[in-house]
Design a protein around this ligand. Structure first.
Ligand code: PNS
Length: 165
């Protein structure tokens, strides 16, 4: 079965990576798709977000990394994807995720959303939290892959704290 794990990945965290690794054991093919939504502001460019994912997923053989600037379900239909994967951290994620899963199901009835529960050690983790802690000089090494930590610290250094996070 072909699955898609869509997201902003701004940047990818160890929580995302954990979901990708687990999904790759369940599904024969996993498309990790970086979504570019004009209505959202990102810290990293689309290319940087893709590069960071590529750098830390070399060990996973059945994934394809791609990007898309549109409605998720259009990508899903166009690529004959069977399942949408989303990670669930806490009850607070649930309402938004349920709404999205239902809307996607209504737009394409043969595609289901499968939720993977996040590992408990990442249950509070988000890209925004990582950026906030890094911005104020905290240690983010336990939450993101090494390459992401390096790029985030470089970005903060180069912008002298002037970056939008
Ligand atoms: O990691 P995120 O930001 O929670 O990703 C959510 C995602 C990928 C669904 C969203 O950011 C996005 O870009 N969607 C594209 C528009 C879309 O399909 N929205 C859902 C309609 S039901």
């Amino acid at each position: 079965m072909r699955a898609i794990y869509p997201g902003s990945f701004d940047p990818i965290t160890l929580g995302h990576l954990d979901i990708i690794e687990r999904a790759s054991k369940i599904f024969s093919e996993v498309y990790v798709v970086v979504m570019e939504n004009k209505r959202k502001k990102y810290t990293f460019s689309l290319n940087e977000r893709i590069t960071m994912i590529k750098e830390c997923t070399n060990h996973i053989k059945n994934i394809k990394i791609d990007s898309f600037k549109g409605l998720l379900i259009d990508y899903v239909k166009h690529n004959n994807i069977d399942v949408i994967i989303r990670g669930l951290r806490a009850v607070t994620d649930f309402e938004y995720e349920l709404q999205m899963a239902m809307a996607n199901k209504e737009m394409c009835s043969n595609v289901d959303t499968v939720f993977l529960m996040t590992d408990k050690k990442f249950s509070f983790l988000s890209s925004s939290l990582v950026k906030e802690v890094a911005y104020f000089g905290g240690d983010i090494s336990r939450w993101v892959p090494k390459n992401v930590e390096k790029r985030l610290l470089t970005l903060l250094e180069e912008s002298k704290g002037g970056v939008d996070i």
